[in-house]
Design a protein around this ligand. Structure first.
Ligand SMILES: *Cc1c(COP(=O)(O)O)cnc(C)c1O
Length: 402
């Protein structure tokens, strides 16, 4: 067989990304190996996707069993894995019903369409404004980039969907001022991931819920990154003392299988009658079976308690590294979604740390130009962590030395 190389990417793949020079070929737990059999500790988790590490034996077993049984049927029929997964999600959350799709963007697209249609059917055509927040990220479809709070992702594609208003995150006064009976939904992440690992102020979350109730607007929580155990509870809203009307989840939901879901209450779900919305692959048995096994492993008190414990490992190790190199102004985030905010001297240079880490055999992430982000597997072992942080320390030393 012909040797595949990284150069192929520049020849035959649309350049939406600029991937690393090496190509991973296999993984196990929180370790990956590239074509040259070089080992990497993975503290990026495929961007908060591989919540149980690579090739978890229980997920592999489910994948094989379902793969030998039934992969796909049309939506003209339902299937057992999808029904089981919906039941699990509904039993564990505020929601009464689930809509399955294939990604975070699709889950949010469904949520935004649902909010618009619910307001349209219930209150008439004038209630169509969606309020969202600067630096928020909701996916790459045209509606979701428009609602996302970074114009650079939505500009240059012609006319955008209208009636989307952006406000500063965590600013109660600005929201109080802007929200009105024209607002059909307020959309937010309970901790902005891509926007810099910025947690919500619990008082802001409460105010958002109250103002939504006051103006009969739906509260949509985008938990695509924060959901499925990432912050130490099954979903981040569970620690905020509020409940949303709509919640979106994807990334870790399938433990690496592409799947997304929108969860909502019964009365809102009723506006998505047959013909109003849909997707060919959404709720396919293969993805839902694997997600069902991932759900059982993640929705486990001892795994969730372990996330809180591991957050402390990170905070301690990062404080030690910072005592030596003084390159972080703050470490923030929750559970295993952690951002090391770079000091002014290093602003715009987060990628340097990620590249140096990869050279040292460690995979980490940026969140914007000023934050180094960690989103590892929730079952990361102490040995994997220690090895990874030793490599991070080495990488930081190299960057700081220039
Ligand atoms: C990653 C992400 C999305 C988009 O998910 P895709 O699966 O890439 O479409 C949406 N919202 C948040 C908060 C995310 O982190």
């Amino acid at each position: 067989m012909e040797q595949v190389t990284r150069a192929w990417f520049d020849e035959v793949v649309v350049p939406t990304y600029n991937p690393a020079p090496f190509i991973p070929v296999r993984g196990s737990g929180s370790r990956l190996w590239d074509q040259a059999d070089r080992e990497y500790i993975d503290l990026a988790g495929g961007i908060a996707v591989n919540a149980l590490g690579h090739c978890h034996p229980a997920l592999v077993a489910t994948l094989i069993a379902q793969g030998q049984t039934l992969w796909h049927v049309s939506n003209w029929m339902t299937n057992e894995p999808a029904l089981r997964l919906a039941r699990k999600l509904v039993n564990a959350t505020f929601a009464d019903r689930a809509f399955f799709c294939n990604s975070g963007a699709e889950a949010n697209e469904a949520a935004f369409k649902l909010a618009r249609r619910y307001a349209h059917d219930k209150f008439g055509p004038g209630k169509d404004q969606i309020i969202a927040f600067y630096q928020g990220f909701h996916g790459r479809t045209f509606f979701t980039v428009t609602v996302g709070g970074q114009a650079s992702y939505s500009d240059g594609f012609g006319p955008k969907p209208g009636q989307v208003l952006h406000l500063p995150y965590n600013d109660i006064a600005a929201l109080r001022e802007a929200i009105s009976d024209r607002t059909c939904a307020v959309v937010m992440e309970p901790l902005q991931g891509e926007g810099g690992v910025l947690p919500v102020d619990p008082a802001f979350a409460k105010a958002v819920r109250e103002l939504c109730d006051q103006h009969q607007a739906l509260l949509i929580l985008d938990e695509v990154q924060t959901g499925m155990g990432r912050t130490g509870s099954l979903f981040a809203y569970m620690d905020l003392g509020i409940e949303p009307d709509v919640l979106t989840t994807a990334k870790a939901l399938g433990g690496g299988m592409p799947i997304g879901a929108m969860l909502t209450r019964d009365d809102m779900a009723q506006v998505f009658q047959p013909g109003v919305h849909g997707t060919t692959f959404g709720g396919n048995p293969l993805a839902c079976a694997v997600a069902g096994t991932a759900f059982d492993l993640i929705n486990d008190p001892s795994l969730l308690a372990g996330v809180v414990e591991r957050e402390a490992w990170f905070r301690e190790a990062l404080a030690q590294i910072n005592a030596q190199y003084q390159c972080f102004s703050q470490v923030r985030g929750k559970g295993l979604l952690i951002g090391a905010v770079l000091t002014e001297a290093w602003h715009g240079k987060a990628k340097l740390f990620v590249d140096a880490a990869a050279e040292a055999g460690l995979l980490i992430l940026v969140a914007g130009g000023n934050v180094v982000r960690f989103a590892p597997a929730l079952n990361l072992s102490r040995e994997e962590f220690d090895t990874g942080m030793a490599r991070f320390s080495e990488a930081v030393a190299k960057v700081v030395a220039g």
